[in-house]
Design a protein around this ligand. Structure first.
Ligand code: SAM
Length: 220
């Protein structure tokens, strides 16, 4: 494969953000009262119709981008219903190129800040959740833009299931692990070593010679 030119992430943080746990502690005690946007409400209704009262396993591919990983997960778990969610219509609309002939998965354009809240309200329980290469927001001042520094993360966790997160910025995953420990969940981080990249972003980072990392929760 051609050599990529993806830049290594640089940050002005020297370790896990020192305000992170304070932030999460605050979210635990303050309900999120922001209105839900209409397009995500509609998208959630569409997915609920597709599930049609499904009682089997549900797997979320959060921030799925073009859905290359969603199709792979659907193939890996043919008995589950797999839902890929991304806010970018431009990316979701490119899925045709990665699509596979299986009807156990769906891609939807929605804002996860709202989608997770709606799913939580509807008491979804997932078997597994992927969050592959979320935008890192590496500046210290951007900590609340990272998923684990936002109130949405608690909604995501409330949906349950084993978590798999990948990033080319190890500190991102160390922060996630710190938040999970605070909330009572153990996790581990290892280098991604798959034969094939799972997503286009993973391919891009690996072609640029960057190490990709994976965090998995440990069920006790
Ligand atoms: C770096 S890309 C990774 C995409 C894909 N997982 C991959 O590895 O190729 C991050 C993705 O997160 C999506 N995203 C960011 N904020 C989001 C939000 N609030 N709701 C849904 N998707 C979001 C972006 O649209 C983008 O596709």
């Amino acid at each position: 494969m051609a050599q990529g030119n993806s830049r290594v992430i640089t940050t002005n943080q020297t370790g896990v953000h020192d305000k992170l746990i304070d932030l999460v502690g605050r979210y635990l005690h303050s309900p999120n009262l922001k209105p839900i946007n209409a397009h995500t409400q509609i998208a959630f209704a569409e997915v609920s119709d597709w599930l049609d009262g499904w009682q089997g396993d549900i797997i979320l591919d959060n921030c799925c981008g073009v859905g290359a990983s969603t199709a792979k997960i659907a193939k890996l778990y043919p008995d589950a219903r797999v839902i890929g969610i991304d806010k970018s219509a431009q990316r979701v609309d490119k899925h045709a190129h990665y699509a596979i002939a299986q009807d156990n998965y769906i891609l939807v354009r929605a804002d996860l800040n709202d989608f997770w809240r709606l799913a939580r309200k509807a008491q979804w329980q997932c078997e597994k959740q992927y969050l592959l290469y979320p935008n890192p927001y590496p500046k210290s001042t951007q900590v609340q833009k990272r998923w684990h520094g936002s109130p949405a993360f608690l909604d995501m966790l409330a949906l349950g299931g084993a978590l798999v997160l990948r990033s080319n910025w190890r500190l991102y995953l160390e922060e996630v692990a710190t938040v999970l420990t605070y909330l009572g969940t153990r996790s581990s981080i290892k280098e991604v070593n798959d034969a094939e990249p799972m997503t286009p972003f993973e391919a891009k980072y690996q072609n640029s010679g960057q190490v990709c990392w994976e965090l998995c929760t440990i069920r006790v």
